[in-house]
Design a protein around this ligand. Structure first.
Ligand code: AMP
Length: 126
């Protein structure tokens, strides 16, 4: 399987074919500012390799999955929210409203957040 999808927006950003405000990059991952921020600081951490979602993570992706997590503190430091705190969210599948099918961790911070993270708060089944 190819490690890049020519139709994938985030593969194009990783390949330098679409501009992005990149704040961190290394051999495995890169991080850039979300174009439609949901918090004062909102960055996306993605693997260079095309993986559609957490549901498609395979055993061969163990290193890159770890690299995404390990990049988070460095990205938070770049964004100035290492000490104040941040949240890392991976929307996965329809209920989560995932819209770009290349794994990305939303790293958000710069303000006090609520918990539970969704409006209403109560657990509703069905
Ligand atoms: P999700 O809905 O969890 O799949 O998140 C996709 C995120 O990508 C959204 O927060 C969008 O605002 C963001 N996004 C879409 N296009 C771009 C882009 N060209 N540059 C930066 N962020 C983008």
């Amino acid at each position: 399987m190819s490690h890049s999808d020519p139709n994938c927006l985030f593969c194009k950003i990783a390949g330098g074919n679409i501009p992005a405000d990149i704040v961190y990059q290394d051999e495995h991952v890169l991080a850039f500012r979300d174009i439609n921020p949901a918090a004062p600081e909102h960055l996306l951490i993605i693997p260079r390799r095309h993986i559609a979602s957490l549901n498609e993570l395979g055993p061969e992706d163990t290193t890159v999955a770890g690299r995404i997590l390990q990049a988070a503190p460095a990205v938070a430091r770049e964004a100035g929210i290492y000490d104040s705190g941040y949240r890392l969210v991976f929307n996965t599948g329809p209920d989560s409203l995932q819209s770009v099918f290349h794994i990305h961790g939303h790293l958000v911070g710069g303000r006090k957040m609520g918990w539970p993270p969704f409006p209403g708060g109560a657990v509703e089944h069905g």
